[in-house]
Design a protein around this ligand. Structure first.
Ligand code: MG
Ligand code: NI
Length: 473
């Protein structure tokens, strides 16, 4: 009779989830699942609201990546109004989106996953957190906190506040950039660039210690999806939604936003509140794909900034034609932080960045709109329908973490099979199972307003339900 190990709650991720690992009679792992235990309500609760409230309302979905929802929501509203937004507004939206990618990646790399990387997966759990990390590597933690702060400061300079800014609006942005704002942001960038380069060098130096994790943390062929620009380069705001396979072959060149439903299905599994999107032409669950930093770097042939382009080329040497290990999401995040800083600098130096025409005004001109953008964790899709009064009648959101649902489940099983053995639990084994989830960097807060913290309890149950072993954090 099989036994079950439950990791509840998964720690150092954004939101609430648990993992169950099923053992066979010999104590070997035969199945595992990642359960998201929060329920989202946003698709329903926005029904009946005026469409122009949607970006700001959707930003409330999440305290970590509000800007992503702001951007995807505003793009869906641009479609409802059937407007092309002013070029300067598009650049300003891009800057805010990149600032969020910077702050969110720094959060994952230093606060959430960082303790495992800098202290080791088997380090004392009492130390394996940001505070333990700060004691052991104060310089690294200072760099990481500063990088996150720069991203947050840019969001605040543009939007008036760090969390839930409402500056991105249907048709553009609410106010033009002033010279003072531009110069304040430009002044932050040289130091941020130095820190991003320094921390990336640190990461490349320690990455070699994780050969075993790199081999088993969600390391399998899958499809990858993400935006690319007109030249096939790294893109986070607009462009073409491309799907490639593990051999690097383009499967779909450009998914038209309005027709995403022909390509992406949303399956529901009984064990999780997170839906499992899949690539429809391949069916379920064979249509598993990954989104996020690793997927974006796999899809992008190049990127348009100096330092990040060099790092991207180096990254691509890790795997040819695609990098398959989910562990390399960490590496990809470092490269994207560098890109974000350089690209913000480029955009701020464009001639029209201070142009005061930053908003297209219009009433609804279409009954339906789809907005797609790259969130820190991957492709975000907002789809709205409105009635004749402009009130929302339907909203569908597919968030980055959802796209990765199938791959996260597969990855948890792979890590559990590799590291979890026998009837006696070792904390480090289970931390690796959590660690692969941290490599995906799910944002489950996008689903609900979960408050407080549940204690982590690991239980090993015998065939009769008897608790054989137990760890409490
Ligand atoms: Mg949905
Ligand atoms: Ni989020």
């Amino acid at each position: 009779m099989p036994s079950t190990i439950v990791i509840d709650n998964v720690t150092r991720i954004e939101g609430h989830a648990k993992i169950t690992i099923h053992l066979d009679e010999h104590g070997f792992v035969h199945d595992a699942a990642f359960h998201v235990t929060q329920l989202r309500g946003f698709e329903k609760l926005c029904e009946g609201r005026p469409f122009y409230e949607m970006p700001a309302l959707m930003a409330r979905t999440c305290g970590i990546c509000p800007v992503s929802h702001l951007i995807a929501g505003a793009k869906a509203c641009d479609e409802l109004m059937a407007v092309r937004i002013p070029p300067t507004a598009q650049k300003l939206r891009r800057i805010m989106n990149l600032a969020q990618i910077l702050q969110s990646h720094a959060l994952n790399l230093f606060y959430l996953a960082g303790p495992d990387i800098a202290l080791g997966f088997d380090a004392d759990p009492g130390q394996r957190n940001l505070f333990g990390l700060a004691q052991a590597h104060p310089g690294l933690v200072r760099d990481g906190i500063r990088l996150r702060q720069v991203g947050q400061q840019i969001i605040e300079i543009l939007g008036g506040k760090r969390i839930h800014p409402a500056w991105v609006v249907p048709g553009g942005v609410a106010s033009p950039l002033t010279i003072e704002q531009r110069d304040a942001i430009l002044a932050l960038l040289p130091q941020a660039l130095t820190l991003a380069q320094r921390t990336l060098d640190w990461y490349k130096g320690v990455m070699g210690e994780f050969g075993e994790e790199i081999r088993s943390f969600g390391n399998f062929p899958s499809l990858f999806m993400g935006l690319v620009d007109a030249e096939g380069g790294l893109e986070h705001y607009d462009g073409q939604l491309r799907l490639i396979d593990a051999a690097g072959k383009v499967v779909v060149e450009a998914i038209p936003p309005a027709r995403y439903g022909e390509y992406i299905g949303e399956a529901v599994e009984p064990f999780s509140y997170l839906k499992s999107p899949y690539f429809k032409p391949k069916g379920y669950p064979e249509g598993m794909y990954r989104v996020g930093p690793l997927a974006r770097l796999n899809i992008a042939a190049t990127c348009r900034t100096t330092w990040a382009a060099q790092e991207l080329a180096e990254f691509k040497v890790l795997g040819h034609p695609t990098v398959l290990s989910t562990f390399h999401n960490h590496y990809a995040r470092f490269v994207e932080m560098l890109f974000a800083i350089e690209r913000i600098d480029q955009l701020l130096r464009e001639d029209d960045i201070l142009d005061t025409h930053v908003r297209a005004l219009a009433a609804p001109n279409a009954a339906e709109g789809v907005g797609i953008a790259e969130a820190p964790r991957g492709t975000l899709i907002h789809h709205y329908r409105i009635d004749a009064q402009g009130l929302i009648t339907f909203a569908n959101l597919i968030i980055a973490t959802g796209h990765n649902s199938l791959a996260m489940n597969r990855a948890v099983l792979q890590v559990a099979k590799r590291f979890v053995k026998g009837s006696s639990l070792q904390e480090g084994m289970l931390n690796r199972v959590e660690g692969v989830i941290r490599a995906f960097d799910p944002c489950l807060s996008c689903s609900t307003h979960a408050l407080g913290q549940m204690p982590l309890e690991l239980r090993l149950l015998g065939p009769d339900g008897e608790v054989l072993d137990r760890l409490v954090r």
